[in-house]
Design a protein around this ligand. Structure first.
Ligand SMILES: [Zn+2]
Length: 203
């Protein structure tokens, strides 16, 4: 198994409900020397392509459709020919950013996306956004949580289309079912582990 994770951080803005914030987003790329998946498409297509480093992009997988995670998804699709994948429950958020084009294929809970001989399992985790998903890679012992789980707890639920009760239910049912030593790669900020966040939330 030669599958690995590559990473960069890009800066930009997040806007919702008439407010705009400066944010740093993680770019995550999972693959081997030949092919990869790009997880989220924030702010800067050239920064993402620098991490891709010439490999074939099999898909652009969006953890959710807040504008700081999907802003350059159509442009990245154009540059790579890769389809954009999104859970359909995030359509209202997607349409706030991209009125002229939809994504290419729907993500569904339990779906497996293959890359470089590894399976990436889609976990539907509504709460931060209705169509939020986490992406579990058993072979790497890691999960990409987008804005659903951060170092220090659940993602924000104070804005439109979020649900504070639901995010905790999603984390308990879907993420806390994973092994404690699973590394959590988040949408913003530092890594954590499932065990550390279980301890923080449930004691
Ligand atoms: Zn978000």
């Amino acid at each position: 198994m030669t599958v690995r994770v590559d990473h960069a951080v890009v800066s930009g803005t997040f806007s919702l409900d008439g407010e705009t914030f400066d944010v740093d987003n993680n770019i995550w790329v999972v693959g081997d020397d030949d092919e990869c998946l790009v997880i989220d498409a924030p702010h800067d297509v050239d920064a993402i392509l620098a991490v891709v480093a010439g490999r074939t992009v099999k898909a652009i997988v969006c953890t959710h459709a807040h504008d700081d995670h999907v802003r350059v998804a159509p442009e990245l699709r154009e540059r790579t020919g890769a389809p954009v994948l999104l859970h359909p429950d995030d359509r209202p958020l997607w349409e706030l950013t991209h009125r002229d084009h939809l994504w290419d294929a729907d993500l569904a809970d339990g779906q497996s996306v293959k890359v470089a001989g590894a399976a990436v399992t889609v976990l539907h985790t509504p709460g931060h956004a209705p169509g939020a998903v986490c992406l579990y890679v058993h072979d790497l012992g890691c999960v990409f949580t987008g804005d659903t789980l951060f170092q220090g707890g659940p993602g924000a639920t104070g804005r439109s289309f979020s649900d504070a009760g639901l995010i905790v239910e999603s984390i308990r049912q879907q993420l806390f079912a994973l092994p404690d030593d699973t590394v959590v790669h988040t949408g913003h900020g530092e890594d954590t582990t499932i065990g550390a966040e279980r301890q923080a939330l449930d004691g």
